[in-house]
Design a protein around this ligand. Sequence first.
Ligand code: SF4
Length: 374
Amino acid sequence: MGPIVKKILAGLFLLLIVGSSVLVAIQRQRTIGLEEDPSKFHEALYYSKLYGGLVQCKLCPNLCILAPGEYGICKARKNINGKLYSLVYGKIAAAHLDPIEKKPFFHVLPGAQAFSIATTGCNIQCLFCQNWEISQAFPFDVPTRSASPKQVVQEALASGARAIAFTYSEPVISYEYVLDIAKLAKQAGLKTLMVSNGYIEQKPLKRLLKYIDAFKVDFKGFDEKFYTRLTAGHLQPVLETMKTIHQSGVWLEIVTLLVTGQNDSDRQIRGLADWIKTNLGDDVPLHFSRFYPQYKLLNVPPTPPETVIRARDIAMQEGLKYVYTGNIDYPPGEITFCPESGEKVIVRRGMFTIYNGLVNGACSDGEKIPGIWD
Ligand code: SF4
């Protein structure tokens, strides 16, 4: 290589270093500078003040320790002058009217609509996230609109929805907002639904459960290695969350997205079904859903439909009574059968209930089907 070429390469390298430093500085200025007026934000509920202006968030198992100016892993909380603030309180990044079956809740008010809202942010980072545009964003990275808890409840009532669902991104990290909305929603006669990864500390969870009717846990896989490698979270706290929800009497449904070759082995499926039966009982609905390549997991092929059907078969062999399939064309996986008589009690197609044969929460033989019914 000649000396001129070397000089050109060295110059380009220098330019690259300087350029990236400037970009980092701009980004840092942006993330620290824009959010520093604490009067614009809502103080967080669960945190401790440490020494030297440090704070420790105690909302989720990440237990972030943050110096002044720093953000939590969730990108939704920030230490401003030695206090922890929620940056997403009152800032809606998505709002839609969805069939309740889309959440999916299969044992809650079949055919009802749920007013579904999300802020930005998430406390784990699934490589296969289906909503990464908002879940992995800062609140100032995407368009948001302001809405007080009262306005959200009014909008939900005006839409004709029978429930408010906290969904799309991770509602745990907008805890204070969710709590305030849920309290008002209950007073207004609306059901409240959490669609969550279940990654939350026990104390805030127990407080929230008093105002939640149904909780859907996105359970990532019955395998700690899967959690750490593909989600940056941990298995045990989610198992604890599911036990606490069940013990509280709040309705629980569990969904697992089967990612090809990652969390879909017979051992993992059997382990999950066995754990549910032992710890929660055999009538907690379990949904298996098909993965499509998303976000950072574009090199993994979609889950074969046979894998999803096999998972359902295994979970039913293990003794679970209500096991469903999603994202595949498999009608039996969308039907609620009476476990005693085999009668088709609720039939769904796509995201819609097309037949509901429940009478007073029971099949025609009088066998009770658990859930939240009319
Ligand atoms: S909620 Fe956010 S800031 Fe708090 S511990 Fe979890 S990731 Fe960290």
